[in-house]
Design a protein around this ligand. Structure first.
Ligand code: ATP
Ligand code: CA
Ligand code: CA
Length: 439
């Protein structure tokens, strides 16, 4: 499952990139948030600001460990988006800016994107291709209005869009988004569903080696699983999903999936490594991370500050933001396991309202045994030349209707149909024949 990653420390190949990303985010986010709020203008959607960082610093940017350039896109739009998603500005900076905060999840997809988690696992940084970056800027206004009209949208929540570049290096674009999966709950199973069957099978034999792998459509069907919602929750979920997919169709987007995480309340949290390491290492001395480097979750094994200390840091940070002071590296403290709680503001959003997710219900609306974490992810692929080519190429060897890169309209229709067909209370499912598994 996605929560396991490699800590990015000074010995990591991507340390400089990660450091620069965080330094840039910290500087630009606090810079924008220091100003008095104001309504958005059309120009805000096009805005981009370039900053040069170097080891000496200048009147605009504070000194940094490395020389790099940083670009901040549509900062006011993202400030408003973060507010709409109810992120606390100081909390956002705290999560993304402490010393060892990131853990890297290599490249889970085929696209070559890298994923980094903030130390508290609330946020994900995903590097994106130039085309995706351009496309996000193009659709930003429509995305913004959609979020405005659909506070409960299932679409990925975007919190920032930036670019870093080191001298002679390539330009790296990245987005900051929500981590769908909560830091404080085990996710027992993960699925990435598209409503397609071609290539949508994780080899069941490999599950033994990698029990937390993200499974796909055919694995789901084979297990005869359902998103177990009674009529009321089903209606809310399907209606929102349809509204979101209609937007994606209108914007000619495809290749997105429904990411599904399942927390089984009967199993609870006993697999939660983090809870165990917490017991062992709290309240340790300074970083013990090197001794225990074999632990996948070592990113969190750091000195644990007291609640008071954390509160003090948060207050200082707020003051710094208000006074527009640059925030020195390491100054923001570390997010600690005892704060590995859900983001409680999320509870105001229906699909995150049951302990960060959406709890299963029976036909009579009584609660079920699972919490589902649901989001439509990877929604920046425009049906452009690349996909058309892929369509032609794959069309030679497979059943045309079953290929995943089909045009946005049929892609979305098929997606809706599939998700709807697998959303049923257990009682409803028991009365009906299971969907056929095409093999
Ligand atoms: P590809 O284009 O090959 O599908 P990608 O690099 O665009 O891959 P995504 O499809 O966005 O990557 O994500 C890959 C996997 O990363 C997902 O299946 C999921 O396991 C995890 N992931 C992505 N976004 C999130 C998120 N917001 N929260 C939690 N996990 C995520
Ligand atoms: Ca994907
Ligand atoms: Ca992708």
């Amino acid at each position: 499952r996605v929560v396991v990653g490699t800590k990015v420390d000074q010995n990591h190949v991507n340390w400089v990139t990660a450091y620069n990303m965080l330094t840039g985010i910290r500087f630009t986010v606090s810079r924008t948030n220091a100003k008095l709020d104001r309504p958005l203008t059309d120009a805000d959607f096009e805005a981009k600001h370039k900053f040069s960082f170097d080891i000496t610093g200048n009147e605009l940017t504070p000194s940094a460990k490395y020389d790099f350039k940083f670009k901040d896109y549509a900062p006011w739009v993202f400030r408003h988006l973060r507010a709409k998603f109810k992120l606390d500005p100081a909390d956002y900076l705290m999560s993304l800016t402490s010393k060892y905060i990131l853990s890297e999840l290599g490249s889970p997809g085929k696209s070559g994107s890298f994923f980094y988690f903030s130390r508290d696992y609330k946020y994900i940084i995903k590097t994106i291709h130039h085309a995706e970056h351009k496309f996000l800027r193009k659709i930003l206004k429509e995305y913004y209005h959609h979020v405005e009209e659909n506070p409960n949208t299932l679409l990925s929540q975007f919190y920032g869009l930036h670019r870093v570049k080191i001298p002679y290096g390539r330009k790296i674009h990245f987005v900051v988004m929500n981590n769908l999966f909560p830091p404080h709950r085990d996710i027992h199973q993960t699925f990435d569903l598209k409503g397609s069957t071609v290539g949508r099978d994780y080899r069941e034999e490999d599950l033994e080696k990698n029990p937390r792998a993200t499974l796909k459509d055919l694995n789901w069907l084979r297990r005869n699983m359902y998103l177990e919602f009674g009529p009321e929750k089903k209606r809310v979920f399907i209606e929102q999903m349809e509204r979101d997919v209609r937007l994606l169709q209108r914007l000619k987007i495809m290749d997105y999936s429904m990411l599904v995480g399942i927390h089984d309340l009967r199993k609870g949290n006993q697999e939660n490594l983090r809870d165990k390491t917490l017991q062992v290492f709290q309240p340790g001395g300074d970083s013990t991370a090197d001794d225990i480097s074999s632990l996948p979750e070592r990113g969190i094994l750091m000195r644990t500050p007291s609640k008071l200390e954390t509160l003090r840091k948060a207050r200082e940070l707020r003051q710094m933001i208000q006074q527009e002071k640059p925030i020195p590296m390491g100054q923001t403290g570390s997010r600690m396991p005892d704060q590995m709680e859900e983001n409680t503001a999320k509870r105001d959003f229906i699909f995150y309202s049951d302990d960060g997710g959406f709890r299963a219900t029976h036909e009579d609306n009584s609660p079920g045994d699972e919490i589902f974490f649901l989001s439509i992810i990877d929604c920046l692929t425009h049906y452009g030349a690349v996909k058309k080519l892929e369509h032609l190429w794959k069309g030679l060897s497979h059943d045309k209707k079953q290929i995943s890169p089909i045009a946005p309209e049929p892609y979305g229709d098929r997606f809706i149909r599939f998700i709807e067909s697998i959303t049923k209370s257990p009682e409803e499912a028991a009365r009906e024949p299971p969907p056929a598994v095409p093999l």
